[in-house]
Design a protein around this ligand. Sequence first.
Ligand code: GLN
Length: 500
Amino acid sequence: MTRELHDMGVAELGTALAAKAVSSTEVTKHLLARVAAHEHLGALLASDPALALQQAQTADTQRAAGRSGALLGVPLAHKDIFVTSEWPTTAGSKMLADYRSPFDATVVARLGLAEGGAGMVTLGKLNCDEFAMGSSNENSAFRPVQNPWDVSRVPGGSSGGSAAAVAARLMPAATGTDTGGSIRQPASFTGVTGIKPTYGVCSRYGMIAFASSLDQAGPFARSAEDCALLLGAMSGFDARDATSAERAPQDFHAAMLKPREGATAAQPLKGLRIGLPKEFFPAALAADVNGAVRAALAEFEKLGATLVDVSLPRTELSIPVYYIIAPAEASSNLSRFDGVRYGHRAEKYTDLLDMYKKSRSEGFGAEVKRRIMIGTYVLSHGYYDAYYLQAQKLRRMIADDFQACFTQCDLIAGPVAPTVAWKLGANRSDPVANYLADIFTLPASLAGLPGMSLPAGFGEGAMPVGLQLIGNYFQEGALLQAAHAFQQATDWHARTPSGY
Ligand code: GLN
């Protein structure tokens, strides 16, 4: 092999495995050694080398017996918010420190080796903010994650472990979840590619609920092509999720490769109209982020796309709207952690109420408690109409604003976050500063639209900058196609942090 195994992406590994140039066992061993060598990053909360190698062996045996598949034997790891029967599942919380699920989440099962799965090998579970609440991974009850581009900086959140693991080449892909930006923002902060599909495309069954009307699963990988392969395997209707989209299985990889009408070799995106909401380029946007995003957009123009000015007038309001709706849903979802049914139970208590109180006070971290209090407040009698109901109305208007834009353009583009990754500890004492940094990812989440982040250059401190692309409902194929064309013409996505 001329290339190191950890430098190979999902598609490339799939090809090498199919050609029997390498075995899953060899790849898995190599990556397990990297996971161990880079433990300092804090990307994984659990790994089980013996189990991973056993899975790799199974994949190799199946391949020898004639099974094929683009993902068969390719390793990945899962955000620790997906329940798994073979690894612990903590959701980054002390509340679930010793929890073991009796079943696998649908996404885990669909990617895995069991019957009907894509045959991927699981290396372990990835660190995340507690119950996926956060933007820096510092809300993990276990430990923060370091950004491989600069270990004194955050990797973003809440899927910080997933992003750091892919960026550090510990694995070619990882799963994540995005409620208000948790795939796109960490992808942007670590220079990897991530896609959050339309709400309902991936099953939420077995994904520990944060805000059920917003939560969506999606992949992290180095390229749009790799994301397309993973998304194809992860997605699809699931009768066990009442909000699962009833659609035929989609081949996102084929959709990505399908030439656009009128496209030429030099201009694969000819005729594509990309809308730039003026609210996504405010004066407060960091100059380095603005510069990288504008340069990436100029590249899209070279590929044949035209840029059109559009407006999403309620962009700023998406922050209060999200930070009412998400905590409201969280306060309800987290009521199940009561010391009786799941997880942590206080050792000493006087009566049942005292047991609830102590178990919850001990099990939940500060940010989770803050959200439960906000959520309970906005849903309480007397405040419901003033906050929750108003937020729901605005949510609808935000979704309508996108539809107005999509009469003028096919895709929407902008930055993922207002700055590059900040220093570990920088926003620790200021939760609102964290909330404000979600401004560009929340609108698509509230509208349920697909969004992705792709590496678009570098900014302050030589840190990666991501470009966000947002599509209309179920337009993942168009998003991936545009991202793929960009990645064929540029190499930002292939850059590796030094030392990895
Ligand atoms: N940063 C947002 C929050 O803290 C989004 C998190 C997410 O998408 N899970 O809620």
